[in-house]
Design a protein around this ligand. Structure first.
Ligand SMILES: Nc1ncnc2c1ncn2[C@@H]1O[C@H](COP(=O)(O)OP(=O)(O)OP(=O)(O)O)[C@@H](O)[C@H]1O
Ligand SMILES: [Mg+2]
Length: 287
């Protein structure tokens, strides 16, 4: 468990993170629009950048030294745009990284590299070059190289961005497996990505924490705020002008529109909120 309290990060005069307090555990979803501060927070946790103020504890012990998170804290970070050694095989790349991490015994390294390859389901692809791998496979290599360092916390920045549907599903399953033994933080601006993975979610916007809690609690923020209209297609344009339309579905009977409103909508039926509705309620400050 990572406990963050009143974390502040400024770059020049800009407040990038303002009094961020979070209790990170299990498979944890960090969601927020572009520029919310998700990447910045992950970089601080993985000691790539400094912080200005705040405390961070892991399992009850402070992991800060000066303005940085201690380097040896076994937090593994997979950046948004991971790529290593494009022209050597993935097995060689991992072997090389293991060596850089100080594993000098060749046999031990081989065992460790194969364990990591197995854990991310890349068996059979060991001899492919990085450039020959799909986007999803490359991300798996990124995770494999983190596993070499035995991290107890894994930070994944937008891990499913750019993956097709099949890869996305495979990747989700992998993240779920990895989360059985470790704390896994997944950042995304796509709510669906974390919907079925995370037991706990934080919503970040402009460097502020707007929400932290379970998916059910997030959904509850939009309670009594989601309405459904059945309309003709012609009415849609007019309606989107003065209502906050969150979803449009075409159906046999006409168009089904989900509208967000904290007031009673005449002629619409109230519906149960979904996670995306709760997220919108949080970022738009409607709760
Ligand atoms: N080195 C930097 N110098 C100046 N501003 C920065 C720097 N790094 C980040 N920022 C600013 O900090 C804010 C948060 O950026 P960050 O990359 O953490 O957001 P994010 O939530 O990861 O967004 P995205 O969803 O687009 O990846 C943004 O407004 C960004 O412009
Ligand atoms: Mg980012």
């Amino acid at each position: 468990m990572i406990k963050i309290e009143n974390l502040n990060k400024r770059i020049k005069k800009h407040h990038i993170l303002s009094n961020v307090s979070l209790n990170i555990e299990g498979i944890y979803g960090l969601i927020g629009p572009n520029g919310a501060g998700k990447t910045t927070l992950m970089k601080i946790l993985s000691s790539l950048i400094s912080m200005n103020a705040g405390t961070i504890e892991m399992d009850g012990k402070s992991i800060i030294k000066g303005k940085y998170v201690k380097q040896n804290t076994v937090i593994g970070y997979l950046p948004q745009d991971f790529m290593i050694y494009p022209n050597i095989s993935l097995e060689e790349a991992l072997d090389h990284i293991a060596m850089l991490q100080g594993m000098m015994n060749k046999h031990e390294r081989k065992i460790k590299v194969h364990q990591a390859i197995k854990e991310v389901n890349l068996q059979g692809h060991e001899h492919k070059k990085m450039v020959e791998l799909s986007g999803g496979m490359r991300k798996r290599v990124g995770i494999a190289q983190l596993l070499l360092g035995n991290p107890s916390v894994l930070l994944f920045d937008e891990p499913t961005a750019g993956l097709d549907i099949e890869e996305r599903i495979r990747f989700r399953n992998l993240l779920r497996d990895l989360g059985k033994k470790r704390t896994v933080v997944i950042s995304s601006h796509i709510v669906e990505d974390i919907e079925f993975l995370s037991a706990k979610i934080a919503v970040l916007k402009n460097g502020h924490v707007l929400f932290e809690g379970t998916p059910t609690e997030l959904k509850a923020l939009a309670k009594d705020c989601v309405w459904e209209y059945q309309v003709e297609i012609e009415a849609l344009d007019e309606m989107s002008k003065y209502k906050q339309v969150v979803q449009v579905n075409e159906e046999k009977e006409g168009i089904n529109i989900r509208v967000f409103s904290s007031e009673i909508e005449e002629g619409a039926k109230p519906v149960e909120p979904r996670l995306i509705d709760g997220y919108l309620a949080a970022v738009k400050g409607m709760s």
